[in-house]
Write a protein that binds this ligand. Structure first.
Ligand code: HEC
Length: 169
């Protein structure tokens, strides 16, 4: 419990990512207008729900309306995707949810309620889209990742979590 002084909504490892996001969103916004693909004043169309925009203007960095993520993972789950997902899980989820997703990560100990055990029957039977939505929007005391992870990264984590639930590592 050495970490109990830290407010639950500020996980240590998130800080660097927050600063990076602040740079990308704030500090670099002047540059954005200079990019040929994004002229200021032009109407910014939102990407369709579940799409994976590759544009550099971070239109994806917003919450999604509940229930709008596609039910099943739109990216093909390959070994490479699972390897990326594992790394992304290690960087963003493991300190709360634990290496096997049992809700026993070290930072997670200070949370009430504790981070979810991803092996709960309710979560094993949940759709891929539910995980995508939880990662994107956050869930009660769990932080949202919409600013830190692009849609492809989120779906890669979803693929890896499904693997974990079925006994993979
Ligand atoms: C800072 C701690 C923390 C981090 C980091 C975190 N979570 Fe959570 N997560 C929680 C807590 C706490 C809950 C339980 C909230 C509750 O039950 O009210 C939770 C709940 C969940 C749930 C269950 C939602 C439901 O329907 O009950 C899923 C799925 C989940 N997290 C996935 C993830 C994934 C994937 C990541 C990494 C991208 C992640 N979490 C990162 C703390 C965290």
């Amino acid at each position: 419990m050495g970490l109990s002084a830290r407010p639950p909504h500020l996980p240590a490892a998130g800080l660097g990512a927050c600063l990076l996001a602040a740079c990308l969103l704030g500090g670099c916004s002047g540059q954005m207008a200079d990019q040929p693909s994004y002229k200021s004043g032009r109407i910014a169309l939102m990407p369709a729900s579940g799409s994976i925009p590759l544009t550099p203007n971070r239109l994806w960095a917003t919450k999604i309306p509940p229930g709008t993520a596609t039910a099943s993972n739109p990216i093909a789950v390959t070994r490479a995707v699972l390897a990326d997902g594992k790394q992304l899980y290690a960087d963003n989820c493991i300190f709360c949810h634990g290496p096997e997703g049992r809700g026993d990560g070290r930072v997670g100990e200070v949370f009430a309620p504790r981070p979810a055990n991803l092996h709960l029957p309710r979560l094993v039977s949940a759709s891929d889209g539910h995980f995508y939505e939880v990662i994107t929007n956050g869930y009660s005391t769990m932080p949202a990742f919409y600013k830190r992870l692009d849609p492809e990264q989120r779906w890669k984590i979803v693929a890896y979590v499904r693997e974990l639930q079925h006994g993979g590592k």
